[in-house]
Design a binder for this molecule. Structure first.
Ligand SMILES: [Ca+2]
Ligand SMILES: [Ca+2]
Ligand SMILES: [Ca+2]
Ligand SMILES: [Ca+2]
Length: 467
């Protein structure tokens, strides 16, 4: 449970909004809707497929643009159930970025959801009903003991933003949903939702406006020699979490990466092996074949994300590593290439990670929040992120609208890169929570520009202003 707030933020930052791409990808790593193509292919195939049979949308929505005005909107950076009214706040984007005067709070008071339910920890956005307005999926929980997961609710967007119009999906997870991500695995246009919780993962396929049933995604677990020799066997108790949904092989179908923990049965108490599994999207939906990768490059503390950091049109997968490092796995026509380890211009573990194109050059840049209250933005390049050209921001950076005397010890505990002012350059959103006075929690918004993230025009939002 103690990791949940970070997992939730990971979901918001890395999956719901942040993963960026270029070329044929929308900046969340999903295909640009108007050019979606698909062709039949054998399920389970890992071969690249030849696009054919174009499918076009009438009015594709930008992800997280709930009122369809062309400006992406910011989902409550302060999701924190149990400490508040359980509402989820959306701050609407504008040419000036998000401002506290343009916000909306929604709660789970919809038919089919218990009256005492609160909005949960995780969100995902996609235009599920394909009407040109992004929609928001949230999980709900009852906090009455025992706390349990209740339905997943999709709130539909409209010209006036999110409305009470919703659909309720039965949660496939008994206790707690820990992450959600949306994509289109068969590339035919209907949006799918992946949900993980309690080590299991599920997919709701082709959600439009009606409830659909979730299908379980079987997790393979690591099957290397070490696991065969030392554990109860592959797949026996493998846990999956932190879904990343993006098109890594550039075939216009979303693909799925899950982080997988395989316990070592005869190892030390609690000893586990960590890796990830890739499932490609196919004409029939998610492939039944999983390809393991990244042995020991994933761990309990790392939430991966996707972004096209080398600008080749395929999403790459990035995960934080120990000792001021991160690993990028470049997307290829076959799937994902082996990881490249990069040393960051900061010490300690990566605390928060986001991807987005801040300077409009077509390469996703990475924002990295560290435990030293510094956020570094690494520009993407032909060969991936370039640490030597990193730009750093901390709570003392001149130009940052920080009230004097404010406790900003958690500066950089969350980061997000997404374009909120409509100039096609991702803006940097930096969270700074206050342990003692949550009302003083704030986010800083630093605009993107031709030369990347800048403090010029930076603004801040306080939790207290969003009531
Ligand atoms: Ca908007
Ligand atoms: Ca919609
Ligand atoms: Ca794909
Ligand atoms: Ca790439």
């Amino acid at each position: 449970m103690k990791r949940r707030s970070l997992i939730a933020i990971g979901a918001v930052v890395t999956v719901g909004l942040g993963a960026a791409g270029a070329g044929a990808l929308d900046d969340d790593g999903t295909p640009k809707a108007a050019s979606v193509t698909s062709t039949p292919s054998a399920a389970g195939s890992l071969r690249p497929v030849t696009p054919a049979r174009p499918v076009t949308f009438t009015k594709p929505a930008k992800r997280a643009d709930f009122n369809g005005d062309g400006y992406r909107d910011l989902i409550d950076p302060f999701v924190n159930p149990g400490q508040g009214p359980g509402l989820l706040t959306v701050v609407y984007g504008s040419p000036e970025g998000p401002t506290s005067g343009r916000h909306q709070s929604i709660g789970p008071s919809v038919p089919g959801v218990p009256g005492d339910a609160q909005v949960g920890w995780t969100v995902a956005t996609a235009d599920f009903d394909r009407d040109g307005y992004a929609d928001l999926a949230v999980d709900t929980v009852t906090l009455r003991e025992p706390a349990r997961s209740v339905p997943i609710v999709i709130f539909y967007g409209s010209a006036t933003g999110l409305t009470g119009r919703s659909v309720v999906l039965k949660s496939p997870v008994g206790d707690s949903v820990d992450s959600m991500a949306a994509g289109d695995f068969d590339g035919a246009g209907g949006m799918d939702l992946v949900v993980t919780g309690e080590g299991t993962s599920w997919v709701f396929r082709d959600i439009t406006t009606k409830p659909v049933k979730a299908a379980k995604i079987p997790v393979t677990g690591r099957t290397g020699d070490r696991v065969r020799r030392r554990s109860v066997g592959p797949a026996a108790h493998a846990w999956a979490r932190d879904p990343v949904v993006a098109d890594v092989n550039g075939d216009h179908r979303s693909d799925l990466v899950l982080v997988v923990e395989t316990p070592a049965a005869d190892g030390e108490e609690g000893e586990s092996f960590w890796n990830a599994e890739l499932r490609l999207g196919t004409a029939k939906g998610l492939s039944g074949n999983a390809v393991g990768f990244g042995d020991d490059q994933f761990s309990d503390g790392s939430d991966p994300l996707a972004g096209d950091v080398n600008g080749d049109g395929r999403a790459d997968v990035i995960v934080g590593g120990p000792d001021g490092t991160l690993v990028t796995f470049p997307g290829t026509t076959e799937g994902l290439a082996p990881g490249n380890r990069i040393r960051l211009p900061m010490r300690g573990e990566v605390r928060a990670l986001a991807a987005g194109d801040t300077d409009g050059d077509g390469n996703a840049d990475l924002a990295v929040g560290g435990w030293n209250m510094t956020v570094a933005v690494l520009p993407g390049g032909e060969n991936g992120p370039v640490p030597a050209r990193a730009r750093r921001f901390d709570r003392t950076t001149p130009g940052l609208p920080a009230a004097p005397g404010n406790d900003l010890r958690n500066f950089g505990d969350r980061v997000l890169l997404t374009d909120l002012n409509g100039d096609q350059k991702a803006d940097l959103i930096v969270g700074a929570t206050q342990e003692k006075v949550p009302a003083q929690d704030r986010v800083f918004i630093l605009p993107g520009s031709d030369s990347g993230v800048t403090v010029k025009g930076a603004t801040a939002l306080r939790r207290a202003d969003l009531k």
